[in-house]
Design a protein around this ligand. Structure first.
Ligand SMILES: Cc1cc2nc3c(=O)[nH]c(=O)nc-3n(C[C@H](O)[C@H](O)[C@H](O)COP(=O)(O)OP(=O)(O)OC[C@H]3O[C@@H](n4cnc5c(N)ncnc54)[C@H](O)[C@@H]3O)c2cc1C
Length: 408
């Protein structure tokens, strides 16, 4: 094997997801030399979330990108609904939020990432290298000094002032760093599948719940992206019962799906997504910082993962852009990023764990008809209460704002 190609940068980001791309964009905009290494050839993957929340839209507004972003095929959704045993209710209403956009923008994540990548490429200090898989951290004098990456053209070695692990829930950077992971446990997984949308179908993305069953349906215009929730470890059992039984389950939750569940004629069309809830005790080492799912994987509940990953990126850029320009990033500064984002992470995870154990798990284990819990009834009776989940989902705890300048 030949010698690896070597180059140097100021900040090397592993992973071009929402956290990595947003951080790369903000640092390049602030005049920092930055390289994002993404292992895939494109952003086109089905299993990413679709929601850009009011907090992220606010950031796009602060960056002067909002009008252009809204030209993309986004679907604006100001209320999020649920249906429990036929009882339909509105869970969250964003129309009163103190933000420029009072709605969640549903857009396939690859469109969002392409958009950020396009804007980042306007800055000469930004480089996005696709099909570069980070395989190893490199060390010098007890400090992370860069990464090694595998490409189809052979190995590459990048030296950097700072390495950022933004490579998601299965982070290799985190694995290599040996940083301690605190596992909060997630008692359910998601089966990810598509069904055709038909004329007359509702527009609203909706969660449907019934004793023992839950199906989330996200409107992607010509098809429904569906997430069928299962108790962790039950997939093999479901497969053994056969496709026909699985199709019947879907129809039982949402009867209008009869006639199209036959599209699911092969288990290859149904992907198992493993849900994790965990976080790093320490997000950093000298020369290394983890953000987004690499620092704290969350449950898909509330669809907040993308937005919180982006909040981490904004906080990191705010605190690190100027020191990176001076090539003077201390571990105290990396710790300041963790301190800034740890409370929102813990609060969100605590809420997700409470809801998944208190409601979701009980519902998935339940047999026979389920009683509608008090909370949906209260939300239905007192519309003002819908502003609370809207605030938590739409803005979250300790929202970030762009403080980094644009440097030409
Ligand atoms: C079933 C499911 C549904 C979800 N739905 C939603 C939703 O609707 N809304 C929402 O906000 N959140 C949702 N989430 C959560 C959300 O997807 C994540 O929280 C969010 O994507 C985290 O962003 P990230 O940038 O930290 O990591 P990721 O989005 O995971 O991005 C990491 C990137 O790093 C790349 N990568 C990985 N390893 C390497 C490597 N070694 N070298 C180089 N690159 C690498 C990956 O290819 C990827 O592009 C969902 C999660 C699940 C499991």
């Amino acid at each position: 094997m030949g010698q690896p190609e070597k180059f140097r940068t100021t900040c090397c980001i592993a992973g071009g997801g929402p956290a990595g791309m947003m951080l790369g964009y903000l640092l390049a905009r602030a005049g920092v030399d930055v390289v994002v290494l993404e292992k895939h050839a494109d952003f086109f993957r089905d299993f990413r979330g679709d929601t850009i929340h009011p907090s992220t839209l606010e950031l796009l507004h602060e960056l002067g990108l909002l009008d252009e972003f809204l030209q993309l095929p986004v679907q604006e959704v100001s209320t999020v609904g649920g249906c429990i045993e036929g009882f339909e209710f509105t869970m969250a209403d964003c129309s009163h939020l103190p933000t420029v956009c009072k709605y969640v923008a549903f857009i396939p994540q690859w469109d969002f990432l392409d958009f950020i990548a396009r804007h980042a490429k306007r800055y000469p200090t930004f480089r996005l290298l696709m099909e570069h898989e980070v395989t190893e951290l490199t060390w010098k004098a007890g400090r992370v000094s860069g990464v090694k990456a595998a490409t189809s053209q052979g190995p590459v070695e990048v030296e950097a002032e700072l390495v950022v692990g933004a490579d998601g829930r299965a982070s290799n950077v985190r694995e290599q760093s040996k940083l301690e992971v605190i596992d909060r446990g997630a008692p359910f997984d998601v089966l990810w599948l598509r069904l055709l949308r038909r004329e007359g179908d509702p527009h609203q993305s909706l969660g449907h719940f019934k004793a023992g069953k839950a199906l989330i349906m996200i409107n992607r215009r010509d098809y429904w992206q569906c997430g069928y929730l299962i108790v962790k470890g039950m997939f093999e059992e479901i497969r053994k019962r056969g496709l026909a039984a699985f199709q019947e389950n879907l129809v039982d939750i949402v009867p209008v799906l009869r006639g199209r569940v036959k599209e699911l004629d092969n288990w290859d069309k149904i992907k198992l997504l493993t849900v994790q809830v965990n976080r790093l005790r320490r997000w950093h080492l000298p020369g290394l910082l983890c953000i987004g799912d690499a620092a704290h994987a969350r449950s898909p509940m509330g669809g907040v993962g993308i937005n919180l990953a982006i909040q981490d990126a904004v906080a990191a850029a705010n605190l690190l852009a100027a020191p990176l320009r001076k090539k003077n990033v201390t571990e105290q500064l990396l710790h300041a990023v963790q301190q800034r984002r740890e409370l929102p992470t813990r609060l969100t995870q605590a809420l997700q764990v409470f809801l998944q154990n208190r409601f979701l798990l009980r519902m998935l284990h339940r047999r026979g008809k389920m009683k509608v819990p008090l909370l949906p009834k209260l939300l239905s009776r007192f519309p003002v209460l819908r502003r609370i989940p809207a605030r938590i989902i739409g803005i979250g705890f300790r929202p970030e704002h762009v403080r980094t300048p644009e440097i030409d």
